[in-house]
Design a protein around this ligand. Structure first.
Ligand SMILES: *Cc1c(COP(=O)(O)O)cnc(C)c1O
Length: 379
């Protein structure tokens, strides 16, 4: 089966009792047993739920994995991966990534004796330079948030294997439609399904997908022991979102290209960060490992003052000023004060994340309407 077919059919079967074509929302906390231990494979809903099972199987299929595990949010999925580590272990992480990931690394897990090295993942030799016998995990996003830099997944996976470390890729920005990190040698993929997978800005959800059976067992143990599981209604919403992922992503990519090229030609716009520009630093790698370039981008204004950015941020009408991304509606955001506020200012600036940087999640509206909205706001 190819991706488009998997998105609609993988993991889901008509309900055996009624024939319902859509997976029922099994809103139950427990399951009745005939005699102690004599049950239908379901005992308690933190451990197993049929709606969650269907979604987990679908996610495994669309990311070319053997298993999937769902969590109550993207951060809960990240938390579960980090719980594979022991005090004294080291992690090499991208120096440009989702602010909440940086926060859980530095504010939650550092205090349990785990050491994080932040490096420029565009450059595999920067990764190699900090690898050592204590490195257990390499963590990256590609494209990164919000600077849209690209990690060569295959090159970093090779380094990870040579050091017996795991490579985990946060694939939220690309979605499985654009890129499947497991096919390039990653060990684990994490998603905030809140974004493109759900796709309708109506659910918070996360997942981990992988191939290795021993890793599955350890992460399933963490999922059940720590209990950050999603409810069945949320699993249903993500399952429903998956069925149109390919159609939505195709339009996100088309509109993304239109908006990125238009911004680049605008006299008041400074730099535009989008991985589909042929002269962007990551283009060759992006073209190798991605099928298209998506609808996420960032840009600065030539007038680099905060007030100029604020004027744009508060005057778009179709682009709503909000955190998050990947929904049908276009969003505009200000990383420095919103998604990346938890990163110290001097660290941000060093990475090019200026106070005036504006991030767009280009949605599925008519592209001309989106351009008119930006034109009015940029002025
Ligand atoms: C939103 C996001 C997360 C966190 O996911 P939640 O579902 O909000 O917990 C992690 N990584 C990336 C790239 C994100 O955009």
């Amino acid at each position: 089966m190819r991706l488009e077919t998997k998105l609609i059919h993988a993991g889901v079967e008509p309900d055996p009792t009624t024939g319902a074509i859509m997976t029922p929302i099994y809103q139950t906390s427990t399951y009745v047993q005939k005699a102690p231990g004599d049950h239908k494979g379901y005992e308690y809903a933190r451990t197993q739920n049929p709606t969650r099972d269907a979604l987990q199987s679908a996610l495994a299929a669309i990311e070319s994995g053997s298993w999937g595990l769902c969590f109550g949010s993207g951060m809960a999925a990240t938390d579960a991966v980090l719980k594979l580590l022991e005090p004294g272990d080291e992690v090499v992480a991208a120096d440009d990534m989702y602010g909440g990931t940086y926060r859980i690394f530095t504010k939650v897990f550092e205090k349990y004796g785990i050491r994080f090295h932040f490096v420029d993942m565009q450059n595999p030799s920067a990764v190699a330079a900090v690898l050592n016998a204590r490195t257990r995990l390499i963590w990256t996003e590609t494209p990164t948030n919000p600077m849209m830099t690209i990690t060569d997944i295959a090159a970093v996976a090779e380094l990870a294997k040579a050091h017996k470390a795991l490579l985990c890729v946060d694939n939220t920005f690309a979605s499985p439609y654009l890129q499947n990190p497991l096919e390039w040698g990653a060990d684990l993929v994490v998603h905030s399904a809140t974004k493109y997978l759900g796709g309708h800005s109506d659910v918070v959800h996360g997942c981990i997908i992988g191939k290795d059976a021993a890793l599955e067992e350890r992460l399933r143990f963490i999922q059940n022991s720590c209990g950050a599981v999603p409810g069945p209604q949320d699993c249903f919403l993500v399952l429903r979102g998956l069925k149109t992922l390919h159609v939505r992503m195709q339009r996100h990519c088309e509109n993304g290209r239109t908006v990125a090229e238009w911004l680049r030609a605008h006299p008041k716009v400074g730099k535009v960060y989008w991985c589909g520009f042929e002269d962007s630093p990551g283009f060759a790698v992006a073209r190798k490992q991605m099928r298209d370039f998506g609808g996420m981008m960032s840009f600065t204004l030539k007038d680099d003052r905060m007030e100029a950015a604020n004027r744009v941020l508060s005057s778009t009408r179709l682009f709503s000023l909000a955190e998050s991304l990947g929904g049908v509606e276009s969003l505009i955001g200000h990383p420095a004060s919103m998604t990346h506020a938890s990163i110290p200012r001097e660290d941000r600036i060093r990475r090019g994340l200026l106070d005036s940087l504006i991030r767009l999640s280009v949605g599925l509206e008519n592209a001309d309407d989106l351009l008119a909205d930006l034109d009015r706001a940029i002025g």
